[in-house]
Design a protein around this ligand. Structure first.
Ligand code: SF4
Length: 319
């Protein structure tokens, strides 16, 4: 399914210390008409899914109108990527659902206010996001949470997993922090060593497997296979749909190619690794600061296609 990521601007009501767009927040936002034009073009080009992203899309005055327009254009999946705070207002949640939004991706970075808000630097943001998720589930909506893994929260990934299970979210993703924007400016404050994070990710995934409210999908982003031995099927890059990104400065037509060519990096020794063909490597800023010492090429017969590392029932989800 072809997907359009529509960046509506960079304004936001939180100030996450790891925000990849933090340095752009005063650039202004796209106009309603510009966004509608982009939505129309992409729909005519065959996009069936749209993700509203930013900045924070839900604080725009025209968000309900934009979602209704996407619905009129016939997008099948209308996803809202958000810090989740506005969904704590039930009236707002009802309105955006009535306008046509049918998938929600709130970002929750902790299992309690102290952890989440050490990242968001916005008092009250945990309670709002938590309540927002509850409201969306009450409205029977499909909820895919995103948790940015940083130095602040990596030791709590099992606790965060338990919370997400209790909330009965439909999917969740742990995304290793991308050190650009404020996350790069605050690199040593926010970027943990992957080898330290690894056991917590594995513990969280084990818990998720055992829990009676097991969500049907769990993913880990920007965490290469050498840290995911035995957990390869959870690597998010296996499942990402073809994505076109439209923003203020540019249009990216093939996000996977851009990630591989420009955003990610592998070491010379990666050529010896059995995952070399399918692995994107870490965000390139990571080895710039920490090097590649932790990355151990994995021995074994070379993996040629992504389908080889997933169980039978997930093969049709691979992109
Ligand atoms: S190719 Fe490199 S980064 Fe990827 S799994 Fe192998 S050693 Fe790790």
């Amino acid at each position: 399914m072809k997907r359009l990521d529509l960046k509506v601007g960079f304004s936001c009501n939180s100030r996450c210390v790891f925000c990849a767009q933090g340095h752009r927040r005063n650039q202004g936002d796209n106009s309603t008409e510009e966004l509608k034009e982009e939505m129309k073009e992409s729909r005519e080009d065959g996009a069936e899914m749209i993700t509203f992203t930013g900045g924070e899309p839900t604080i725009r005055d025209d968000i309900i109108d934009l979602v209704a327009y996407a619905d009129d254009l016939g997008y099948d999946i209308i996803q809202i990527q958000s810090n989740g705070r506005m969904f704590s207002y039930m009236e707002f949640s009802k309105k955006i659902v009535e306008a046509g939004a049918n998938e929600f991706s709130p970002a929750i970075h902790g299992h309690k206010p102290e952890v989440h808000e050490a990242g968001t630097r916005a008092e009250g943001s945990w309670k709002q996001c938590y309540q927002g998720i509850k409201n969306l589930k009450e409205l029977d909506q499909y909820v895919i949470t995103n948790t940015v893994v940083t130095k602040i929260n990596y030791e709590y990934l099992p606790e965060i997993t338990k919370m997400l299970m209790d909330l009965e979210v439909d999917q969740f993703q742990f995304a290793f922090v991308h050190p650009v924007g404020w996350a790069d400016e605050n690199f040593y404050e926010v970027v943990p060593k992957k080898s330290k994070v690894e056991p917590y990710v594995h513990e969280a995934l084990d818990l998720a497997e055992e829990h009676p409210h097991e969500p049907n999908n769990i993913m880990v982003e920007a965490f290469p296979y050498c840290f995911m031995q035995g957990y390869e099927e959870y690597v998010s890059q296996l499942y990402m749909p073809d994505t076109e990104i439209k923003g203020q400065e540019h249009v990216i037509e093939d996000h996977e190619e851009v990630r591989k060519e420009w955003d990610k990096a592998k070491a010379g020794k990666c050529r010896e690794c059995k995952y070399f063909e399918i692995c994107e490597g870490p965000w390139k800023e990571y080895p710039r600061e920490y090097g590649f010492d932790e990355f151990e090429p994995v021995e074994g017969e070379r993996i040629e296609s992504k389908e080889e590392v997933v169980p039978e029932e997930k093969k049709e989800l691979v992109h």
